[in-house]
Design a protein around this ligand. Structure first.
Ligand code: DGJ
Length: 735
């Protein structure tokens, strides 16, 4: 028996016109989409075994039939050397299983064999069953024909006559070709310091990315990329990548086994998991999306961005560009009042802001973060006549109105908690650990779900609200659910998040014009699951424009700039006491969805003039920045750690290549060395492009008009020199 990569090829005729095919002679499934082919077969044991994932093959190309591998001595059985699409924990498997079950009789052995399959267009479902018990798993594969990104999930059905406990459930395992030249890219973070890129060689053993926090978390992004023969060229080389669509506790394990086969398994976090599945019930895993590109890590990002815009976001396939917003948080904190907000709104409108968002502080007895969460009535001291006068004023200024909410939380000092202390996650008789003086409402409880949906529905029905900023400011502790039987309590890890999604879905269906932002103290809840229901996210509470360059750089590895909000706030920034110019702050924020969060009452006339100019410029490029193709010409964390580059340059190219926008930053020049020459990417080499400086002072001496080939090949010299310098320009195709 041979390993995955060396197995002899057997003949296979694929049908190019169908995305998914099955060859009965070789028992191989093949799925094609974009520039990708994915294939797996039914092996001699009737297990599903991966055989190919990579560049799109030609119709009729041979694919290897699946065969189990031999074990390695007596210590590693064939279950440990034969890659599987979806392995049960059984038959001596020592590697990460996709599914682990304890049956009521104590049996914990699970071996899944092929039963049947169904092909429907771009989707393939394969049914598996345990060799003895009536436990079925339906694997679903659906490929996006444009990007080749494949969505995988598994639904586990209990058709036995007794309840069983699922201790581990993944969407499946991705398997890469055998090799030792792989580099793993991951993102880690903490509050106000999200999305640091790490690039590390893969070795034998297991690398775990996870959240045990009840939500996505700041610590790891549910994303991976694996490069073969890593180079510093962002846009060249083989890359396999994936992102998990789940906003509860999750885990992705990356393993290189004893045969140097690389496997990536992702789904619910097995830590403290134990989902009781009654007879007749089923449990669906999150969807784990995966893709492949030959265009480097930059190409992987561009595929994910396009996929998110066209297949994931609620306004898919053509999301509206993000409006330019104003947000009150950094200006007023909890001190919101009708007069204060109206004064800010007038100033915001004068610079071209399109949406005015009132942040925390407008409700209940909310004067600080000690009280009020859960009491979603308007505070009469601050807004004696309700929200209507402010909303009317905002509308009269030509902007729409957005409002902050934190629906899943409660302060112990609130009417809601005094009335329903049993609504929070807790273990009976144990302390309830507070974070920011608040506790987590158990959204799995039907009463809590009804309350949360009810107040949100009322709020947006009674007020003309275009946008909700949905915040979530702590992680779970004591995740108990005393209202249900002890052996059902761990279902909270699934049911909480399912109810979160169902509230968002119902709210959107009933109020299709309300847009929603996912915020969790910054970027604590960003993933492809929440992005199905939210139009944008808040990547970080850290608004220092220099720190933001690395945070935003990391953010864009998995996520499109089209959802990445960035505000211009006051200088010096609270995060580092660093002073920067208004222009520098704007250019940093203009690389995503632009917002302003500064206290406009402190601005001088020239600040308003700069802001007005740059917001007008931003509107000329925002479609390109938000929905175009991103090239990281110079990544500020190019070697995979923060702050290791003096420069940062992004280039966004519109989908039709008619426009490019370039933003260039310099931390500090040293010893008089010039700024590195820039070589643009992704332009039409034969078209002519005209230069337009976005910044008032040109950042270099560049030609007025030249071909795409010139802009990509000539080496553009910018004259950035000094500390915290920035410039930006756009190129427009000459018709
Ligand atoms: C955390 C968010 O990330 C901030 O933008 C702000 O909305 C505060 N919460 C308000 O409490």
């Amino acid at each position: 028996m041979k390993s995955f990569a060396t197995v002899l090829f057997a003949g296979l005729t694929a049908h190019a016109q169908e995305a998914a095919t099955y060859d009965a002679a070789t028992k191989v499934f093949r799925i094609d989409g974009g520039n990708v082919t994915y294939a797996f077969g039914i092996n001699d044991l009737d297990e599903l075994q991966p055989v190919y994932w990579g560049a799109r093959l030609k119709p009729g190309d041979p694919l290897p039939a699946a065969h189990t591998n031999e074990g390695h001595a007596s210590f590693d059985l064939p279950s440990g050397t034969t890659p599987q699409e979806f392995s049960g924990w059984g038959a001596g498997l020592q590697l990460e299983p996709a599914l682990k079950i304890t049956f009521p009789d104590g049996n914990r052995d699970l071996v899944l064999h092929y039963v049947s399959h169904k092909i429907e267009g771009n989707a393939l479902t394969v049914r598996l069953k345990d060799i003895e018990r009536a436990v079925f798993v339906e694997l679903r594969y659906e490929i996006d024909p444009a990007t080749g990104i494949l969505g995988r999930s598994a639904t586990i059905e209990n058709k036995t006559s007794a309840p069983l406990v699922i201790e581990q459930a993944a969407a499946g395992t991705w398997t890469l070709p055998q090799g030792t030249d792989y580099t793993l890219d991951t993102l880690t973070g903490r509050w106000a310091s999200e999305d640091a890129l790490h690039v590390e060689p893969l070795h034998q053993g297991e690398r775990v990315l996870e959240s045990r926090r009840g939500s996505t978390g700041h610590q790891n992004d549910p994303w991976f990329a694996i490069e073969r023969n890593h180079t510093n060229d962002q846009d060249a080389g083989d890359v396999w990548f994936g992102a998990l669509a789940w906003s509860g506790s999750w885990r992705i394990t990356v393993e290189q086994d004893l045969l140097n086969q690389v496997r990536v398994t992702g789904g619910y976090n097995p830590f403290d998991f134990g989902y009781k599945l009654a007879p007749g019930e089923s449990l669906a895993s999150p969807v784990f999306y995966g893709g492949y590109t030959h265009d480097g890590i930059g190409g992987a990002s561009r595929l994910l961005h396009r996929f998110e815009l066209t297949q994931i976001l609620p306004q898919r396939p053509h999301p509206k560009p993000r409006p330019v917003i104003y947000n009150s948080w950094e200006a007023t904190a909890f001190g919101v009042t009708e007069a204060g907000q109206e004064a800010l709104a007038e100033k915001a409108a004068s610079i071209g802001i399109e949406r005015f968002v009132m942040d925390d502080g407008w409700f209940g007895q909310r004067k600080t973060d000690n009280a009020g969460l859960g009491d979603w009535y308007v505070n009469k001291e601050k807004f004696p006549n309700g929200l209507k006068p402010l909303i009317d004023k905002v509308h009269s200024l030509g902007m729409d109105f957005g409002l902050w909410v934190e629906p899943e939380m409660v302060n112990p000092d609130s009417d809601l908690y005094r009335k329903h202390p049993d609504w929070v996650l807790n273990f009976t008789g144990r302390p309830r650990t507070e974070g920011r003086q608040q506790l987590v409402l158990n959204l799995a409880l039907p009463d809590v779900r009804a309350y949360v949906f009810g107040f949100l529905d009322k709020l947006v029905t009674e007020n003309d609200i275009a946008f909700l900023k949905w915040d979530y400011n702590r992680n779970w502790s004591e995740p108990g659910w005393p209202a249900v039987a002890p052996d059902e309590q761990k279902q909270v890890y699934v049911k909480y998040t399912e109810n979160l999604y169902s509230i968002l879905k119902e709210l959107r269906e009933k109020h299709p014009n309300v847009e929603i932002e996912s915020c969790s103290g910054g970027g604590g809840r960003v993933d492809l699951g929440i992005l199905r229901y939210t139009d944008e996210v808040w990547p970080s509470d850290n608004t220092d424009p220099y720190d933001r360059l690395t945070i935003q750089d990391g953010f864009t590895y998995p996520y499109t700039p089209g959802v990445m909000m960035a505000w211009v706030t006051d200088s010096p920034s609270w995060a580092n006491n660093r002073a920067t110019t208004v222009e520098y702050r704007f250019l940093s924020s203009m690389q995503g969805g632009l917002g302003v969060g500064a206290n406009l009452n402190h601005w001088q006339a020239e600040d308003f003039a700069t802001a007005k100019h740059l917001i007008a410029e931003y509107k000329q490029v925002r479609e390109t920045v938000q929905h175009g193709d991103l090239y990281r010409l110079i990544s500020p964390q190019k070697n995979g750690e923060r702050d290791n580059s003096e420069q940062s340059v992004t280039e966004s190219v519109s989908s039709d290549k008619s426009q490019a926008a370039v933003f260039a930053f310099l931390h500090s020049s040293t010893q008089g060395y010039p700024y590195p020459l820039l070589y643009l990417r992704g332009l039409d080499p034969n078209a002519q492009y005209r230069l337009h400086w976005i910044t008032e002072k040109p950042g270099g001496t560049l030609p007025e008009t030249a071909s795409g080939q010139y802009w990509m090949s000539a080496g553009l010299a910018l004259n950035l020199i000094g500390d915290f310098q920035a410039t930006a320009f756009r190129l427009d195709k000459v018709q």
